[in-house]
Design a protein around this ligand. Structure first.
Ligand SMILES: [Zn+2]
Ligand SMILES: [Zn+2]
Length: 392
């Protein structure tokens, strides 16, 4: 636990700045790809600490990376930063905490190791909440040469290792025929009926879906007036699976339901798939075995929730298919107060939340220090990742 006691001291010295960063990003919530203040604030704080900052451009103008190069041959370790907020509800996912932890952990590691390390990076990844910032960054090569990528995420429970679901958004648009709903309903083709049948057949499908799959949707258009047979109706769904195979199976089944309801009603169907597919998240368990004892020694006790349960989706899923990743959650609230709620919004700047933030930052810093110090660890992380690639 040598790395832990050192990290503890370093994070304690940085605590006022970590808390300050947590709060000032919280105060200025910014949406997908518009996180100008946050990206500028984090990267200039890292520049002041000696990191070489590269700013993003184009659509990724709020991406950045900040690099500290040691003099030793060693792994390239990326600490991931997220800083986008949610529409209307601000930082209710607590990405302000992720930003503050990435800054705190990186600076703590730099102060502890100086030049006695490989390459340490903070990678600022915009638009996690639906924008797929990491997908674009992977395409542009921001993670080339990275041996491990780590971050921490606030949640309603503490858990080091959890998987996440693949997800895609899909919209079904039905085109029927308008008619007088009382005088001549027989001349109409009811597009709303197609949407209702779609929901009913998906609900029947739920009994036969693979474990942990999810499908959930809303009606985006349901007609224009009760006295007109709806000529247009539409619905949007998220389709999720724990593996790409399950995800593809679910997508095919849901699409079949949509086609069947078009056929039954006589509507024409247009299927609009969002091209962003978040892939399943595969945590690197070797990294998890290092992080967890550090977190627990600091009082962040793992809640013991199985790794396939209480999970969502994230663009780090795609990154975990190309780089070994760790995405531990740390509790900032009671279990019934969950991310994306008004109560969670309060928790991410509460005393309890910020205490947990400092602990998670410390465990993250200690894990990164160990990765630089212990040559066999980076090799084991790689070995586990290669086995995963072979078997996926
Ligand atoms: Zn979220
Ligand atoms: Zn989040």
């Amino acid at each position: 636990m040598k790395h832990l006691s050192e990290a503890k001291k370093a994070v304690r010295d940085l605590a006022p700045r970590i808390i300050e960063m947590n709060r000032c990003i919280f105060e200025r919530p910014e949406l997908n790809f518009n996180e100008r203040f946050a990206a500028g604030h984090i990267s200039s704080a890292l520049a002041e600490e000696g990191f070489a900052v590269r700013a993003g451009a184009g659509k990724l103008k709020t991406a950045f990376d900040a690099t500290w190069r040691g003099s030793r041959k060693g792994p390239v370790v990326a600490i991931l930063s997220e800083y986008d907020a949610l529409p209307n509800i601000g930082h209710a996912c607590g990405h302000n905490m992720i930003a503050a932890a990435s800054f705190g952990a990186a600076v703590a590691v730099r102060r502890l190791l100086g030049k006695n390390c490989g390459t340490l990076k903070v990678v600022g990844t915009p638009a996690e909440e639906g924008g797929g910032g990491k997908l674009m960054m992977i395409k542009e090569g921001w993670f080339k040469g990275v041996d491990a990528a780590l971050m921490v995420h606030p949640a309603n429970h503490t858990r080091t290792v959890a998987r996440m679901l693949a997800v895609m958004e899909i919209e079904f648009k039905y085109y029927g025929k308008a008619s007088h709903a009382a005088a001549h309903p027989e001349l109409g083709i009811n597009a709303l009926d197609a949407v209702i049948m779609l929901f009913n057949s998906i609900n029947a499908l739920r009994q036969q879906t693979p474990n942990f799959s999810r499908v959930h949707g809303i009606v985006t258009h349901g007609g224009d007036a009760p006295n007109i047979i709806p000529e247009f109706a539409s619905a949007k769904f998220f389709v999720r699976g724990i593996t790409m195979a399950d995800f593809r199976y679910m997508l095919a089944k849901v699409t079949d339901c949509a086609k069947a309801s078009a056929r039954a009603t006589g509507c024409k169907l247009k299927v609009v798939k969002n091209p962003l597919v978040y892939q399943p998240f595969e945590p690197n368990r070797t990294l998890g075995k290092v992080f967890r004892p550090y977190a627990e020694a600091l009082g962040l006790k793992d809640a013991g929730i199985p790794e396939n349960e209480e999970i969502g989706s994230s663009d780090i899923g795609n990154l975990s298919q190309v780089v070994p990743c760790l995405h531990p959650e740390f509790a900032v609230s009671d279990p019934h107060i969950v991310n994306h709620s008004r109560e969670f919004l309060k928790a991410v700047v509460s005393k309890r939340g910020e205490d947990a933030l400092l602990k998670a930052t410390t465990a993250l810093a200690a894990t990164v220090c160990k990765l630089f110090a212990d040559k066999t660890l980076a090799a084991s992380v790689r070995r586990e990742f290669e086995t995963f690639l072979k078997n996926r």
